[in-house]
Design a protein around this ligand. Structure first.
Ligand code: 5GP
Ligand code: ZN
Length: 172
């Protein structure tokens, strides 16, 4: 792992160049977006390259970095370059792109790390375990004998409650 993270880091440092996010204007021209960053947001600074990070992928919309306290070898985070606190705030188009990036990264990382599976997950709100309030998607490689725990107690649901949820969700 030490080898992997340092080689990724040096590779990244060697060819580091910030690619600003772009938007298409009325005439169809691509324009660089220089949106105000949320004050003191660490992930805004990392995404913009103001704070160095172990970057494993970058494009106009996202930077993908290795987590500083990885749950397992290769744990990475997808950060949008623009600040959105969570998934609720994100535009649909950008939200859709996240999963495409996730697929590309886990495919390449599975090859490189030789992991046995992947958890792709994302926390929204303090109650859901979110600690950094700039959207990020976790990519957590899983290995046969790892000690990662992502679990919940299997509960039960009454027919009444199920009916209530279905009615509210479908009758609008
Ligand atoms: P959350 O609990 O909000 O879903 O996840 C936050 C994640 O960000 C944690 O896994 C944490 O280790 C990671 N993290 C927090 N600060 C930094 C940082 O400065 N650099 C990196 N690379 N990861 C960070
Ligand atoms: Zn931010």
């Amino acid at each position: 792992y030490t080898n992997l993270s340092s080689s990724v880091y040096h590779w990244e440092k060697g060819r580091h160049k910030y690619i600003p996010p772009t938007k298409t204007d009325k005439e169809g021209k691509k324009r660089k977006v220089r949106k105000m960053k949320k004050d003191n947001c660490i992930f805004c600074k990392i995404a913009a390259g103001q704070i160095p990070s172990a970057t494993i992928y970058e494009d106009a919309d996202f930077r993908v970095i290795l987590d500083i306290e990885p749950a397992s070898k290769g744990h990475a985070l997808i950060l949008p370059k623009e600040h959105y606190a969570n998934l609720y705030e994100m535009p649909d188009e950008l939200a859709a792109k996240v999963l495409v990036v996730a697929k590309q990264i886990i495919t390449k990382m599975t090859d490189i790390l030789g992991c046995d599976g992947y958890n792709v997950l994302q926390n929204n709100g303090e109650e859901a375990g979110q600690t950094v309030f700039h959207f990020h998607m976790h990519l957590i490689p899983r290995y046969k004998e790892d000690d990662v725990t992502i679990t919940w107690k299997h509960g039960s649901v009454s027919e009444e409650l199920k009916a209530e949820i279905l009615t509210k969700m479908n009758d609008k």
